[in-house]
Ligand binder design. Structure first.
Ligand code: NAD
Length: 538
């Protein structure tokens, strides 16, 4: 096996650093203009003049772009152009395709870094650190490690045995047809990875970005074109998810869906694909990473301060809008007695505001719909006699969609905010009797349909092992004495099961294997000229 790439180092944007100066200039530059975002089909920009605006969530009167939405005509064009582009894309081979994605990674690490980070900060309201670890580092890692994994399994999948007189090989074919990549708003890296991972192994795709990240996602599309992505291999089509899905599924060459987003949308998609099956050429691959209700369980013997920091960062970084965000915690009475007041006072220190002010730890949530949904949960908790708001609970949508970091303490471990995905800066804590650790692990396992991420805080090996075993199927990414967010490509391959997805671990070989359909080839060098067998002779 060749040596593997290194994870992209995270720049720290300290005052006076080159990266800080460059980024600030780029933010101002992007704020000084309103751009037009077209569909990009077969490498051509198509302006449909049916537009929506893309605003800055923490300053929602500011328009970043007018986005030209695809209609039925453009969606059909995109599907056809993906189908047409596939033969040449296969023919250029893995080496050349790898070079293109390695070039993408190099561009993102250098000349495009500030552009992509600034666009993610403005479009999805991320602080500089959240933008850097997502839009720059994670996407660079996705591209570099995917290339490494793809090259290795091309060799590893060759047949073990070729007896004398024959040569056995396996052609690592891609799926026949195009992949529909439907991407979420919250990670620019995931948006870039979903269409490009299948493309690396020879699929072509149509990419339906989220309506809340058209701006940063368009920049990624432009970067890939600059890196030499041929026309038609990835077709960028802003528009209605339901309409794009209907049209893609009416095309017999639909070969699969690569989805990240909410559980409800994915379940609907799966059902629609099943209905469309008789019209399709093959059985499509269905890969989806979906919602979470991610937990932290603490044991009475845990490190108090480590737990406090994990709760705060895990729950409130990026306003809790990570699929992995800690949103429910099970804390023993003795530990809560030790850290409760401190946690509340630390949370009160969190500064929230514009991403341009680097002293802010949080900015706003993504849009009005999210604002209403999250504040609805907070309001119902306020009205629930089992729940008490320990800190936060306020919100203001005048300039941007701001919601205070909020901690709810509940007496009911099955209360709404303890079991449903809220996807906002809301952490619910259930305080349990110190003697009920094992019952609490069972409660954690059985309380929510999701199984994405989770953490155990404990010092003794025995307690860690008890939790490790009891929570085997409760999380696809499990953390011991760490927050449940911040998975790194090639270190903690990411994904969950149950209602959290198909657990195909983006950024790793398992995911790439879903986009291939190998052909086994036997070549004989000693043709047989006698049709009879020895056993037939007297
Ligand atoms: P979402 O489900 O609202 O949207 C995801 C994508 O689906 C968007 O592009 C959207 O336009 C599209 N979509 C919406 N309705 C559709 C329909 N009927 N048919 C086809 N496409 C449709 O999710 P979101 O708000 O963008 O992202 C947040 C969700 O994503 C959360 O539930 C979060 O947990 C999940 N998420 C999961 C992971 C993971 O790796 N497990 C990562 C990021 C986000």
């Amino acid at each position: 096996m060749s040596s593997h790439p290194e994870n992209e180092p995270i720049l720290n944007y300290e005052v006076g650093s080159n990266e800080r100066n460059e980024l600030e200039k780029e933010i101002d530059n992007q704020l000084s203009q309103t751009i037009e975002i077209p569909c990009i089909i077969n490498g051509e920009e198509i302006y449909t003049n049916n537009t929506v605006t893309q605003v800055v969530p923490h300053n929602h009167k500011h328009v970043l772009a007018n986005v030209h939405l695809a209609s039925q005509k453009e969606i059909e064009m995109a599907c056809n152009s993906a189908v047409k582009a596939q033969e040449a894309w296969i023919d250029i081979g893995l080496e050349k395709r790898s070079e293109i994605f390695e070039k993408c990674a190099d561009l993102l690490a250098t000349s495009w870094r500030m552009k992509i980070n600034a666009s993610t900060m403005l479009n999805q309201s991320k602080t500089v650190f959240q933008a850097e670890i997502d839009a720059a580092c994670e996407l660079i890692d996705f591209w570099r490690f995917n290339v490494f994994y793809a090259k290795n399994f091309h060799n590893d999948l060759q047949p073990l045995v070729s007896p004398e007189g024959m040569v056995n090989t396996t052609e690592i074919r891609p799926l026949e047809g195009f992949v529909l990549a439907i991407t979420p708003f919250n990670f620019t890296s995931i948006a870039g990875n979903l269409p490009s991972a299948p493309a690396l192994v020879g699929c072509t795709s149509i990419w339906k970005p989220s309506r809340n990240s058209y701006y940063s996602n368009y920049m990624i599309m432009k970067l890939m074109m600059e890196a030499g992505l041929p026309p038609g291999v990835i077709n960028f089509i802003p528009g209605s998810g339901a309409e794009i899905t209907e049209i893609a599924l009416s095309n017999p060459d639909f070969a699969g869906v690569h989805f990240t987003g909410s559980t409800a949308v994915f379940q609907g998609l799966w059902q629609r694909i099943a209905e469309a099956l008789p019209n399709l050429k093959g059985y499509p691959r269905i890969v989806g990473e979906t919602g979470g209700k991610d937990f932290i369980v603490a044991h009475p013997d845990c490190d108090r301060q480590g737990l406090l920091v994990a709760l705060l960062r895990g729950a409130f970084e990026y306003q809790g809008q990570k699929c992995s965000a800690a949103s429910r915690a099970y804390i023993p009475e003795s530990v809560w007695g030790d850290i409760g007041n401190n946690l509340v006072s630390e949370v009160k220190k969190i500064k929230m505001g514009d991403c341009k002010d680097f002293t802010n730890f949080m900015t706003s949530v993504i849009d009005k719909r999210a604002f209403d949904k999250i504040t609805g949960y907070i309001q119902r908790a306020k009205e629930n006699e089992n729940c008490e708001i320990a800190v936060g609970g306020g919100s203001n949508e005048e300039t941007g969609w701001f919601i205070e970091p909020t901690i709810i303490v509940t007496k009911d471990p099955k209360s709404e905010s303890m079991v449903e995905e809220i996807f906002g800066p809301v952490l619910t804590i259930y305080v349990y009797d110190d003697n009920k650790f094992e019952e609490t692990l069972k409660l954690c396992d059985e309380s929510s349909p999701y199984a994405l991420t989770g953490a155990i805080f404990a010092k003794s090996e025995e307690n860690i092992e008890t939790a490790y075993n009891a929570l085997r199927f409760t999380a696809g990414n499990f953390y011991i004495n760490d927050k449940p967010t911040g998975a790194v490509v090639a270190q903690q391959p990411f994904g969950g099961a149950r209602a959290s997805g198909t657990n195909d671990k983006a950024g790793g070989p398992l995911n790439l294997l879903r986009w291939i359909s190998p052909r086994s080839v036997k070549r004989t060098n000693m043709e047989i000229h006698d049709w009879t067998y020895p056993f037939m002779k007297n």
